[in-house]
Write a protein that binds this ligand. Structure first.
Ligand SMILES: *Cc1c(COP(=O)(O)O)cnc(C)c1O
Length: 375
């Protein structure tokens, strides 16, 4: 079976976890602090970093700390993982599903503009596949309408926008370190921002709102006499997770990023010449560190191609079912035609660090054969 996605864990991660277990301090402690410092220096040293239990929690806490709550609206693309929507609705705010661009699958600002009103508090662009699209335009839009920007950068860890690392500039960016993302800490996530007050607030919120408790935890202490002013959550990262994340971060630049980029470029070159296959447009291809490799085929062929690949023991996926089609987020009469059209024709091909170029060729070979026979 050629897997759609998988984590890449070596003896080094196992040794790091073992050493935390041997220390018998498993919760949030010095490993988390070290991981935050290392992420900060990876991102150029300018931004504050708060690590949490997963990417969904990162988005929720970023929104909360940015002041999003009951009655507020957040603009975001419908073509995203359910987590982006749930993070907004968890706070009692309304995620406003917007249509996407057909070419790149990213939030359409023309569509978002139709949804702006007095309740709009924030915009959440999703860097689908790792592509941040025209972030300058997103920030211009946010400025025009006085919105906070929370980048859902779950796909985009390590990618560049105009020669700057995603998360190293802008308002707020959230990463996911779940098992199959560009780096993993088992589960996990991080909020990064140049707004240091916001990061401090998040560091309290992740520990049930206990003020300044993070400082205590870093040195394996805890607060006994404390105050709480806000609704907090148990969303901190553990030392076991951070130990995995620290090793993955060290492997990222030389090992993970080049392999993901090589696979994407190889796929794109060999798929581009197959009739009936379309690719999502991306910016400068060497600047993206891709998380997934979706392709577009005719809706009439998609399910048959999917079946055919499964038969050949190639796992495929569909990223994503548009969220406005879910009962929880549906609105009477709301159709978002581009996202719905894309949804009918997308198929995600295997992409992970342990996939070889030869295996990618095998996948492309099956697709080519299928398209020849079925056209
Ligand atoms: C993975 C992901 C998330 C959530 O991250 P978790 O760590 O799984 O909670 C949010 N948004 C997108 C687009 C994702 O792919």
């Amino acid at each position: 079976m050629i897997r759609l996605s998988k984590c890449a864990v070596s003896e080094k991660e196992i040794a790091a976890v073992n050493s935390v277990l041997n220390n018998e301090y498993l919760g949030m402690g010095p490993e988390v602090q070290a991981f935050e410092q290392e992420l900060q220096s990876f991102l150029g040293g300018q931004v504050g970093v708060a690590c949490v239990c997963n990417g969904t929690a990162a988005l929720q806490l970023a929104l909360q700390a940015a002041g999003v709550g009951t009655g507020d609206e957040v603009l975001l693309p419908t073509l995203t993982y359910l987590a982006s929507f749930q993070a907004v609705s968890a706070l009692g705010a309304t995620p406003v599903a917007c249509d996407v661009n057909e070419a790149d699958g990213l939030l359409s600002l023309q569509e978002a503009e139709k949804c702006v009103n007095q309740r709009s508090k924030a915009i959440m662009p999703v860097h689908y596949t790792g592509n941040a699209g025209d972030l300058t335009a997103v920030y211009g839009f946010a400025k025009k309408y006085n919105l906070r920007v929370i980048e859902d950068a779950a796909h985009a860890f390590g990618g560049l926008y105009q020669d700057k690392l995603i998360g190293s500039f802008g308002d707020i960016a959230c990463f996911s370190f779940d098992g199959i993302k560009n780096i993993t800490s088992g589960e996990g996530g991080a909020i990064v921002s140049s707004d240091q007050a916001l990061i401090s607030k998040i560091k309290d919120l992740r520990l049930l709102g206990v003020e300044k408790d993070s400082e205590q935890r870093y040195v394996k202490q805890r607060s006994w006499d404390f105050d709480v002013k806000a609704q907090g959550w148990r969303y901190h990262m553990s030392d076991i997770m951070a130990a995995i994340g620290r090793v993955q971060l060290r492997r990222f630049s030389d090992e993970f990023a080049p392999q993901r980029i090589a696979l994407m470029n190889h796929y794109r070159e060999s798929l581009a010449v197959i009739d009936g296959i379309k690719l999502f447009s991306i910016g400068d291809k060497n600047k993206i560190v891709p998380h997934i490799m979706p392709i577009k085929v005719a809706a009439s062929q998609r399910d048959a191609l999917r079946e055919y690949l499964l038969q050949k023991e190639v796992q495929v996926g569909i990223h994503y079912k548009p969220n406005h089609l879910l009962t929880k987020y549906a609105k009477p009469g709301l159709t978002l035609p581009i996202a719905e059209k894309l949804y009918a024709g997308i198929l995600t091909l295997p992409l992970h660090v342990d996939l070889t170029l030869a295996q990618a060729d095998e996948v492309v070979g099956y697709i080519k054969k299928f398209m020849e026979v079925s056209s």
